[in-house]
Write a protein that binds this ligand. Sequence first.
Ligand SMILES: CC(C)(COP(=O)(O)OP(=O)(O)OC[C@H]1O[C@@H](n2cnc3c(N)ncnc32)[C@H](O)[C@@H]1OP(=O)(O)O)[C@@H](O)C(=O)NCCC(=O)NCCS
Length: 336
Amino acid sequence: MSLTVRPIVGRRAKITALGAYVPPDTITNQDLEKMVETSDQWIMERTGIKTRHKLAAGLGVSDMCTEAAKKVLAMRGIAASEIECILVGTVTPDMMFPSTACLVQHKIGATGAWGFDVSGGCSGFVFALQAGVKLIESGAHKKVLVCGADANTRMTDYTDRTTCVLFGDGGGAAVIGPSNRPGVGILGAKLGAYGEGVDLLYMSPGGSSNPITPETAANGGPTVKMKGKEVFKLAVRAMDEAARDILEQHHFTADHIALVIPHQANLRIIEAISQYLELPMERFFVNLDRYGNTSAASIPIALDEARRAGRIKPGDLTLLVAFGAGLTYASALIRW
Ligand SMILES: CC(C)(COP(=O)(O)OP(=O)(O)OC[C@H]1O[C@@H](n2cnc3c(N)ncnc32)[C@H](O)[C@@H]1OP(=O)(O)O)[C@@H](O)C(=O)NCCC(=O)NCCS
C-alpha cells in the first residue's frame, strides 16, 4: 500500500528553519571491541560507521527534540507560543503515552500547540514532515514544528554484534510554514509501507501483543531484532524506487538533484543507491561515520549539517529518501 502526496495547486509548504541535537557521550568502534567480538576494521568496511552518540541516563527523546527545537526557534526568532502543531517522528518515545509531542510542547512552552507522534521507523521524519505539509497546504496552520528523534541505544542489545554496532541517538527539528515564492518549498512526497516485512525489523518485548513482564524483562527486555541482510536488500530496492517515483512524478531526472539526503543506515546502502540512480557519491550527504543510524533523526540532522556546510543553496533541488521498520519507505523533493 502506498500513498502519493501531491501539493494542492497554489499553496505550498516550505522549511523555514532547521536544527539538530546530538548528546555529548559517544560509543566508538574501540568501545564496541571491548563489548562484543568485533573490530573497527569490520565495522568500517561493512557499515562506514566510526562512532555514535548516546543519550545520558534519565533523559528521553523529548529532551533531544527540545534541544533541537530551541535551536530552530532561536534561528528565526520564532516564539514557542507561535507554534501551532508539533509532530514527532520516533520509535523510541519517552513512554508509551502521553505522546512525545505533548512532552515537547510543555518543555519548549508551545502553549498554543497540539501535536502527535508518528511511528514510521527510520522514515518517521519524512512521514511527519508530510503530515505537517498537509496541515500547511490545507490552510489549517502556518507554523508547524516537525521533529525526528530516536534514542536507539535504549533498545540496543549490546551482546548482539550484528545490531549493536549500527545504532546511535540524536534529534533534529524543522519549522515549516507557507511558501511565499512560486516553485519554492516541499514539492511532493512518495510514502509507502510493506507491512509484510514486520518480522525483519522490530522491537520486542513491549506493547500490547507482547507486554513487558518480569519474565520478558529478565530475558533482556525490549531490544531491536533485525534480519540485516534482508533489510539491506529491501532498503536499497525501496529507496531506489521511492527516489525514482518522486522524480518521475515531478518530471525530473536524477541529474536535476543538487544533493540527496539519504537515511544514514549503512554506507554500502547509500553507495548502492548512488550506483542505481547513476548519481555520483559527491551528490549524497553522508555523516553516518559520526552518528551511526539515528533512525528518524538521521535526515533532519543531515539536512541541518548540509545547510550549515553550504551544500544547500537557494534554487537547489534536494531529495530526501528513507527506509525503516514497518517496513516503510519515503522520499520527498524540496526546492530551496
Ligand atoms: C547488519 C549488516 C551491517 C551486516 O553486514 P553483512 O555484510 O550483511 O554481514 P553478514 O550479516 O553477512 O555477516 C557476515 C559475517 O560477519 C559476522 N558479523 C556480523 N556482525 C559482525 C560484527 N559486528 N563484527 C564482526 N563480525 C560480524 C557475521 O556473523 C558473519 O559471519 P559468518 O560469515 O561467519 O557467519 C548489514 O546487513 C546491514 O547494514 N543491514 C541493514 C541494516 C539496516 O540498515 N537496518 C536499519 C534499516 S533502517
